[in-house]
Design a protein. Structure first.
Length: 307
């Protein structure tokens, strides 16, 4: 049954106004055109939609039932077009983001707050994971954007640096390091070390720094969980190294920290996307929200900064 959306709208207008003339005025069509269209719809349906008399126009029972169906179809189409127009404008749609846990907890909240205020109808999801997991999600198209640490060139991806943080040593308040203003990586060589898991970007940065300083501290325990590492350090089982954006997540443990130098190691944090997958307007708007936050947000945590 081949009926157009315009035909459905016309039949509904006649049904709602009870008049070809009034419906024609509403749709800016001549009465003759209205009558001709209704007859064509009736012919295709094989029913009479309206009983015509010299004084009024009455919708038949079959016509009333058809109009209920037509109304649902027109409303569904209009809602879909409204959503699509919003999608094109960036005010509707979905943005999927993958991020390292510390970045999801510390770096992204002010960005998300500003973005949600400007785009309340966009569905936003944030998935956290280790650095290799985050990059894999971008490469497979599981997410639109990634906010992660980029320790090395990624020739297959588009990388836009947005922040950086410096590595520090964390230790209990009673530790002898509390008397120092700054530490070198080599000074950790003989300290029991609480390490992050091997697939953590923190661990990878730390191992390169220790290798440069020719220091090989004994690893007594390791974990991929930030709070677990902090708890183990607080218990006096060893010291750990962490970047600046992780420090707020371990405040519960009452640890102290000192910046590490010789060499001074900073993480480059970036928004990453696949250049071969076009971004929807809502995702482009999220990128813009990050840029705006870089310039207008409060300073980041100690040992970290917006670029």
């Amino acid at each position: 049954m081949d009926l157009t959306l315009q035909q459905l709208r016309l039949v509904l207008a006649v049904h709602e106004t009870g008049s070809f003339t009034l419906a024609g005025d509403q749709l800016h069509l001549a009465q003759s055109s209205m009558s001709r269209t209704v007859r064509e719809v009736e012919r295709k349906l094989g029913i009479t939609l309206f009983e015509r008399t010299t004084r009024n126009l009455v919708t038949t029972p079959e016509g009333s039932e058809f109009c209920q169906v037509a109304r649902r179809m027109v409303e569904a189409f209009d809602a879909g077009i409204n959503h699509f127009e919003g999608f094109l404008a960036g005010s509707r749609g979905r943005v999927r983001i993958a991020a390292l846990p510390s970045l999801a907890a510390i770096l992204l909240p002010p960005v998300v707050s500003a973005y949600r205020a400007a785009h309340p109808d966009v569905e936003l999801s944030i998935e956290d994971g280790m650095s290799d997991e985050v990059l894999q999600r971008i490469r497979t198209g599981a997410v639109d954007l990634a906010v992660t640490v980029v320790p090395e060139p990624l020739p297959d991806l588009h990388v836009r640096p947005i922040a950086a943080d410096r590595f520090c040593c964390v230790f209990p308040p009673q530790h002898r390091f509390s008397e120092r203003r700054q530490l070198g990586w080599a000074e950790l060589a003989n300290q029991p070390h609480i390490a992050f898991a091997p697939n953590s970007s923190i661990r990878q940065h730390a191992e390169r720094a220790f290798a440069t300083a020719k220091a090989h501290p004994p690893v007594v325990l390791e974990s991929r969980n930030i709070t677990t590492v902090a708890g183990l350090v607080a218990a006096g089982l060893g010291v750990a190294v962490m970047p600046g954006l992780v420090l707020p997540l371990v405040q519960f443990a009452g640890l102290e920290h000192r910046a590490l130098g010789d060499p001074e190691i900073t993480r480059r944090i970036a928004v990453v996307r696949d250049p071969h997958r076009p971004l929807a307007a809502a995702s482009e708007a999220f990128m813009a929200a990050i840029a705006e936050t870089q310039h207008s947000a409060d300073p980041l945590t100690p040992e970290s900064t917006w670029l």
